[in-house]
Design a protein around this ligand. Structure first.
Ligand code: ZN
Length: 159
């Protein structure tokens, strides 16, 4: 039997604020501002912001960038026991990646009514066929996470 790990939520807000800072970096570059950090044992092991336009890479979502960075750094294609903080509800691509990476928990901020697959467009992580269970928590700093996006789109419309 695997040992039961007690989830430490005391730092959740701090890590989500880190993800928000990354989202803002994306906005500066003209990318839709979404940020993510991956945390293991209380330490950030991967950072990313959405950047598909500037990198000519349709897979360069914040989650993908953060997970790739962590896996490469740790020289391990699996990231057990880690928690992913992302400012926006993940899409189907990233949700799939989260399962493949064996991430233990994800915490997201704002919901994404169009493409989010955690609660908005289905419940990806609840599917029976998945061989790995991910603990999902949403709505952390949701207002701030959503405001970064609204401000970005508002500025883009008026420019
Ligand atoms: Zn995605």
């Amino acid at each position: 039997m695997r040992p039961i790990k007690i989830i430490d939520r005391s730092q959740d807000e701090r890590f989500m604020r880190e993800a928000l800072t990354l989202a803002a970096e994306g906005a500066v570059r003209g990318e839709v501002p979404v940020g993510a950090v991956l945390v293991q044992d209380g330490e950030i092991i991967g950072r990313g912001f959405n950047c598909p336009i500037s990198t000519h890479d349709p897979s360069a979502h914040a989650e993908m960038v953060a997970i790739r960075a962590a896996a490469l750094d740790l020289r391990n294609y699996r990231l057990p026991g880690s928690t992913l903080y992302v400012t926006l509800e993940p899409c189907s691509m990233c949700a799939g990646l989260i399962v493949h990476s064996r991430i233990a928990r994800i915490v997201y901020g704002a919901t994404e009514p169009k493409a989010g697959v955690v609660v908005s467009r289905g419940q990806f992580f609840a599917q029976e066929f998945l061989n790995h269970r991910v603990l999902v928590e949403g709505g952390l700093l949701a207002q701030e996470c959503g405001a970064v996006l609204s401000a970005f789109f508002k500025a883009r419309r008026s420019s």
